[in-house]
Ligand binder design. Structure first.
Ligand code: SF4
Length: 251
């Protein structure tokens, strides 16, 4: 594909790029981590990605340069049915240049995935939908008060956008962080199950326990994570807590 000269001035703010990623969508992928997030989750696994333009790894990269980095591994995407994933932070915060880059990837037949917390204007999703093969959609809590307490924001726009994406027929994988002291109770998982059972285009639901590697990132940044979020839950406990979710989905 010919690179576009007008993309020279357009940049994305990135804090990491991982090649050969295998947990961010199908096949072998390149995951681009975009900086900036409207939420402030107390347990965030990428605290270096929250404040836009801050930190030693923060870098503005031109779209053409990013595209060239992504396309390097096209042979690996082809043999593994992989592609590119955008994570963060919250990629939708930079949806304008991101939409352009996604369009370039689709033109070159690269599979695309976007991981989002869902907290953005619906108009941003409208723009990006045609160029995204798969959304990873984070769902943290159904109860608005508890959501606000844990993330600093209401979940209203998040739940509304999820319903709209589903209605538009987008492929969606739900990601639920299972965090002690925030959503580690059966009622929460039952409520999430009830909500999700109304939707039609959910491909998978992934429950992600607290990421133990996050703790060391906090100390590097001179920050402290609330200990209540860092408790490691046994697999048996995780199964017990999430059983109500499975029950609702099976109904
Ligand atoms: S939504 Fe994700 S990136 Fe943003 S603060 Fe929460 S965990 Fe961190």
């Amino acid at each position: 594909m010919k690179l576009n000269k007008s993309n020279k001035s357009e940049k994305l703010i990135v804090f990491d790029i991982k090649r050969f990623a295998i947990h961010d969508g199908p096949g072998i992928r390149t995951t681009v981590f975009l900086q900036g997030c409207p939420l402030r989750c107390g347990w965030c696994h990428n605290p270096e990605g929250i404040s836009i333009g801050k930190g030693p790894k923060s870098k503005k990269i031109e779209l053409n340069e990013l595209f060239e980095e992504i396309i390097k591994d096209k042979p690996f995407y082809e043999i593994s049915k992989g592609g590119v994933s955008f994570s963060g932070g919250e990629p939708m915060l930079q949806f304008k240049p991101l939409t352009k880059l996604l369009r370039m990837c689709k033109k070159s037949k690269v599979n695309t995935a976007v991981e989002t917390c869902g907290h953005c204007n619906w108009e941003a999703f409208e723009k990006i939908i045609p160029f995204v093969d798969l959304f990873f959609y984070d769902l943290k809590h159904i109860d608005n008060k508890i959501h606000k307490k844990g993330t600093g924001s209401s979940n209203k726009i998040i739940l509304d956008n999820l319903k709209k994406l589903d209605k538009r027929g987008c492929n969606i994988v739900i990601r639920i962080p299972l965090i002690s002291g925030f959503n580690d109770d059966k009622k929460t998982f039952s409520d999430i199950g009830k909500f999700l059972s109304e939707l039609k285009n959910i491909r998978f639901i992934e429950v992600l326990p607290f990421n133990v590697f996050a703790e060391s990132k906090y100390s590097k940044l001179g920050k402290k994570i609330d200990e209540k979020f860092t408790k490691i839950l046994s697999q048996q406990k995780i199964n017990e807590l999430t059983e109500p979710l499975r029950k609702e989905i099976r109904k």
